[in-house]
Design a protein around this ligand. Sequence first.
Ligand code: CA2
Length: 149
Amino acid sequence: MANAPAETIYVLNGPNLNLLGVREPETYGHATLADVEKLCIDTSAQFGLKADCRQSNREGELVEFIHEAHAKKAAGIIINAGAYSHTSIALHDALMAVKIPAVEVHISNPHAREEFRHSSVISGVATGVIAGFGFDSYLLALRVVAPAT
Ligand code: CA2
């Protein structure tokens, strides 16, 4: 019998994360967004999952990616909403509407930074939050959304 198709995890990155590896390496490291996405795709495959990686600088497009994850019956969402984490009721509402297990990730630890980064409006609708572990934040998130292996 043929194997069932791998379950899909959407890996969503928000505004300015396309600049990874290009600016501010002291905060965000040297890897590029393409490096991070490849790491997520390779790690997902190890867990028998397929990572569908998207980045947008536009809030509405990120909302549409979340709707698409629902339409495509994604098993999970890993989201680094960047600065929209701190402001976007639209992303909060989208994550709440689709009811897909979602892990909020951050490369840096926002709580160790400026006061305006200390609150996230999406944490309350995420299954959990992983922050401050550099690019490993994404890998830890994949580990928790992967079915028990
Ligand atoms: O630590 C994170 O992952 C953040 O989500 C990154 C956001 C920031 O607004 C959050 O507070 C924490 C900023 C992403 C900007 O990414 C850049 C990458 C390279 C160079 C400049 C910005």
